[in-house]
Design a protein around this ligand. Structure first.
Ligand code: SF4
Length: 367
């Protein structure tokens, strides 16, 4: 089945960072002025080429978009602002250290209405372990300063660092919920190959402790008004991230920049991860066409991450397949284990099941 929906979201990748974090596997390079001008020439060329005129959401991620010089950032924001529809969501990521008045005034001037701040942890031992540069005091003060300019603030957090105790997460949470923020993305640390953490700590992952931390985070945030709507995302009422919901709702979206991935006409495309190729306007790395089976699996994989769950009628309409008939055995097994909950119209992952999501998805994939 061909899905013809028009993309309503645009992702823009800025790969430059002032320092490299020890756990990071994103597409990033150390900021060097000589690469930046070429990168932007190539990025703006790409922006001009995309046929889509206006979007509901634009998300500038990285890398560290906030490390750009303000004149270049202003040019980027100005160009992107023209591509927004009414009632838009316009997000940018920032490091703590870059949150000063000039940066905040600039993003406010050009219409940014959602700011995502990478904090990861408030504890200086772990900040240093990650090779990040902020201090606890800076994190608290700069988030408060940012809230004077942008109302809708997300904070990115990580749990499960090497040597991190359960009590450390409790302390992070206690600081977090007293900040003037609307949304929290709280990810478990995954130690990826090609990172410093992998060389040093790959034996130290502790799934049991991580599960205990996750359940505590879930309940603590709920008690403080941040309800989970996606497995790693929590928000106050009305502040779910519209842009990221496009991904989780398995809808089409455009993407530009180094190693950016988009989804169009049932094809997933990924740009090159090589900065020299990108700067020479050789964008493409690969295009993957999704078969009907692939599309159905992705739909299941994404919707089971969401607390709203998968709508069975919508699934049938979209793929002409009766979900409960096709996956009868899997659903029965996981329902008995209380990992999945089924109603007449929906299937959802339970809280217990969200800790087992990989196992659940493996079963759907093998079907
Ligand atoms: S985590 Fe963010 S700031 Fe750190 S290296 Fe990766 S992209 Fe850069």
């Amino acid at each position: 089945m061909k899905m013809k929906s028009e993309p309503n979201a645009l992702y823009v990748h800025i790969p430059f960072c002032k320092q490299i974090c020890a756990y990071c596997d994103f597409a990033k390079v150390i900021y060097q002025k000589k690469f930046v001008n070429d990168y932007f020439e190539s990025l703006f060329f790409e922006l001009k080429k995309i046929p889509k005129k206006k979007y509901d959401t634009i998300y500038i991620g990285g890398g560290t978009p906030s490390c750009l010089p303000l004149d270049l950032l202003s040019t980027l924001l100005q160009k992107l602002q023209k591509k927004l529809k009414k009632n838009y969501e316009f997000s940018i990521e920032s490091n703590v250290e870059d949150l000063n008045e000039s940066f905040l005034k600039t993003i406010q001037k050009y219409g940014i209405n959602r700011l995502s701040i990478g904090i990861q942890t408030f504890q200086e031992a772990f900040i240093q372990l990650c090779h990040r540069k902020h201090t606890l005091e800076q994190a608290i003060n700069n988030v408060k300063l940012a809230a004077q300019f942008i109302e809708n603030i997300n904070v990115d957090m990580i749990y499960g660092f090497p040597f991190q105790r359960f009590e450390d997460v409790q302390e992070d949470l206690d600081i977090l919920v007293h900040l003037p923020i609307k949304h929290i993305s709280y990810y478990s640390l995954i130690i990826e190959p090609n990172t410093l953490f992998y060389q040093r700590y790959r034996e130290m992952e502790d799934d049991k402790l991580q599960a205990k931390m996750y359940l505590y985070i879930y309940h603590y945030l709920k008690k403080h008004g941040f309800c989970r709507y996606e497995i790693s995302n929590f928000s106050q009422k009305g502040y779910q991230c519209k842009h990221n919901l496009t991904y989780w709702h398995n809808q089409h979206y455009d993407a530009i920049g180094l190693y950016a991935s988009g989804y169009l006409s049932n094809q997933r495309y990924t740009h090159t991860r090589n900065l020299s190729y990108y700067n020479q306007k050789q964008y493409q790395l690969e295009i993957t066409s999704l078969s009907l089976e692939d599309q159905m699996f992705e739909e299941i994989m994404l919707y089971l991450r969401l607390d709203q769950g998968l709508n069975l009628n919508q699934f049938k309409q979209k793929y002409q397949v009766d979900f409960m008939e096709k996956y009868k055995e899997i659903v029965k097994k996981f329902e008995q284990q209380k990992w999945l909950k089924v109603s007449k119209t929906k299937i959802k992952t339970t809280l217990k099941g969200s800790l087992m999501l990989n196992q659940i998805l493996l079963a759907f994939m093998e079907e």
